[in-house]
Design a protein around this ligand. Structure first.
Ligand SMILES: [Fe+2]
Length: 232
């Protein structure tokens, strides 16, 4: 499997604070059969400083080489504060410098201009992937809003913990609905600590397998992610 959303780099966001914690997370991912990981620190200038991301990533990549995992760099971009950086520096903040941009929206209040923002990203040659829309209250409460505003413009990534039920029954039900309507492109760990791999990822895998079958699982945990790794 391939993980395209997680927080593994030490000391750059709300993920691990030491390289030992990062290594522990990578070991848990490998135990599950994850062979490639795009680690995606938060890019949100109002909360985190991103200056040390490249150096800390490189150190982690060196340290984890012996574990046999392919560690790559991307970002989880908070569009509301970062839109102009994304446009002006195009592929600096995308997944492994591909055209795919992983972004998140505020959890409680929907930004007013989603349509225009998405169109602008497309016109710059980027392919937006929305991270964990099931955790955005305005979507989980209003499927039509999700279908009208997100489906035409974005690929969709769900969090394993949401599918496992960590964020409550409503969020879990919404993930099941999205999966049953074939509106999901990727499932990722969004891991911030080892337990996120150990506890929630296998549970999500089990749920998706029982909801949609093995072939579907392979698509959303592995083969769609492979398209990103092989793109430019
Ligand atoms: Fe995340």
């Amino acid at each position: 499997m391939i993980d395209i959303h997680c927080h593994l780099i030490p000391n750059v966001d709300d993920g691990p604070s030491t390289i030992e914690n990062s290594m522990e997370m990578i070991s848990e991912a490998i135990k599950l059969g994850i062979t490639s990981i795009i680690t995606t620190p938060h890019y949100n200038k109002s909360i985190y400083r991103s200056d040390s991301v490249p150096d800390n990533f490189y150190k982690l990549k060196q340290s984890s080489r012996s574990l046999g995992v392919d560690l790559l760099l991307g970002y989880e971009v908070f569009l509301c504060t970062s839109f102009y950086d994304i446009i002006s520096q195009k592929r600096k903040y995308t997944l492994n410098k591909s055209k795919y941009l992983l972004f998140e929206l505020p959890f409680d209040i929907m930004p007013v201009d989603i349509n225009n923002t998405m169109q602008k990203l497309h016109s710059e040659g980027l392919v937006p992937i929305i991270a964990h829309p099931e955790r955005n209250k305005y979507f989980s409460k209003d499927m039509d809003k999700f279908i009208n505003l997100i489906v035409p413009h974005c690929l969709v990534q769900l969090d394993a913990a949401s599918i496992a039920g960590v964020y409550g029954l409503n969020v879990k039900r919404f993930t099941k609905r999205l999966i049953s309507q074939n509106l999901v492109d990727f499932i990722a760990s969004d891991a911030h600590r080892p337990e996120d791999y150990k506890n929630w990822y296998p549970k999500a895998l089990e749920n998706v397998k029982s909801w949609a079958g093995e072939e579907y699982c392979n698509k959303v945990f592995n083969s769609n992610q492979n398209i990103i790794l092989n793109s430019y």
